[in-house]
Each structure stands twice: as structure tokens, then as C-alpha cells.
Write a protein that binds this ligand. Structure first.
Ligand SMILES: [Fe+2]
Ligand SMILES: [Fe+2]
Length: 196
């Protein structure tokens, strides 16, 4: 455990170097909430701590970095029509891998999926990071207390709550909805009897 704590502290320094203090503090709160949810849901808390710490690692990079990485990795060119809110997860995972040397596929997947969500067969660690990002102690949106209670009762219900509320919110603002998020919502809605 001491070795892990030392490694985590070194990783935190690398993340802090790339982020504003405000966003770094968010990452630390996501880490605390992710460890809490991991322990509640029998997911490895160390894996959750690392994934949470790095989930927004790429968030403050210039758009040009993401566009270059999309080309370099041969990712779907449609991604270029979106922006930082999607890129910092889907494309950001490549920066996490290359610059932080994180190779754990579960962690990279959790970073990838934290900006889009995924279908009901989403990996447990991805669910944890998706929810910890939404529920960390600094969040104050209307309904956050209800969302925390629901997630304490059922991680799956929490994910579905977030997806449905995010979609409703984006539509109410007349904003575009990333297709993968739309598909994720439909997948959870259509398969409710299997996961609820
Ligand atoms: Fe994020
Ligand atoms: Fe975040």
C-alpha cells in the first residue's frame, strides 16, 4: 500500500502540472468519490483512484493537439465535428497512455467513456468513474443529492439517471447529443429488465 501511495502521489504531480488548480482539485474529489463507490461495488479501489486522478488529464490541451491525435491514431474522422467535451475522454485516453505510461485497459477505457457513457454492459470501473465525476463532493446541481442516494442503492440506476438527465438537459438547451451517448441511453432503456 505504501508503494501504491507513493506512485499515486507521483502521478498526481504529473496531472497537476497539466491542469489548473481548480480542475486538479476536481480530480482529487473524483478520486475520493471513486474510491468510495469502488469499495461499495467490489471494484479495485486502487484502480479506481488512478483512473479518477487521470480522467481529465487532457482537458486543458489545445484543440490542435486533439485533432492531431485523431489523425495520428486513425480515429473516426467524425470526431473532428465534436469538441473538447467529447475529445478530452475519447482522445484524451491516448495522451494518458503515451504521456503518463498507463497501460491498464480498464483504466484507459474508463477515461475514454467518461465523456460519452456506454451501453449497459459498460465495465464496472467505467461506471465508477462516470458516476464519481458526476457526484463528487463539489457538485451542486439540482438533484445531486437524489442522484447520490440512487447511486448508493444501485450503481446501474445511477448511470441510467445520469444518462437520462444529461440527454434531457442537452435537449432542453437545444444542444447536439453525441451519437454514442444517445446509443448508450437507448441501450440502458431497452435492456432495463436485465440490469435493474
Ligand atoms: Fe471530464
Ligand atoms: Fe471530470
Amino acid at each position: 500500500m505504501a508503494v501504491f501511495e507513493a506512485n499515486l502521489a507521483a502521478l498526481a504531480d504529473k496531472v497537476a502540472a497539466k491542469l489548473s488548480d481548480k480542475r486538479f482539485q476536481h480530480c482529487l474529489r473524483v478520486k475520493d468519490y471513486a474510491v468510495y463507490l469502488a469499495e461499495q461495488n467490489e471494484v479495485d479501489p486502487e484502480q479506481a483512484a488512478v483512473a479518477a486522478l487521470v480522467h481529465d488529464y487532457a482537458k486543458e490541451r489545445p484543440d490542435a493537439d486533439f485533432l492531431a491525435m485523431i489523425d495520428q491514431q486513425g480515429l473516426d474522422p467524425d470526431l473532428k465535428n465534436w469538441g473538447n467535451p467529447i475529445w478530452h475522454g475519447v482522445v484524451g485516453a491516448y495522451f494518458v497512455k503515451e504521456e503518463l505510461g498507463i497501460a491498464d485497459p480498464d483504466i484507459l477505457r474508463a477515461v475514454t467513456e467518461h465523456t460519452t457513457g456506454a451501453g449497459h454492459e459498460m465495465a464496472p470501473l467505467s461506471k465508477i468513474i462516470f458516476m464519481a465525476d458526476y457526484l463528487e463532493a463539489g457538485r451542486t446541481f439540482p438533484g445531486v443529492a437524489e442522484a447520490r442516494t440512487i447511486t448508493d442503492e444501485s450503481l446501474n440506476q445511477g448511470v441510467f439517471y445520469q444518462l437520462s438527465h444529461t440527454l434531457s438537459f442537452l435537449a432542453s438547451q437545444e444542444k447536439a447529443i453525441y451519437p454514442k451517448t444517445f446509443d448508450a441511453y437507448n441501450d440502458w432503456a431497452l435492456n432495463q429488465s436485465t440490469w435493474s
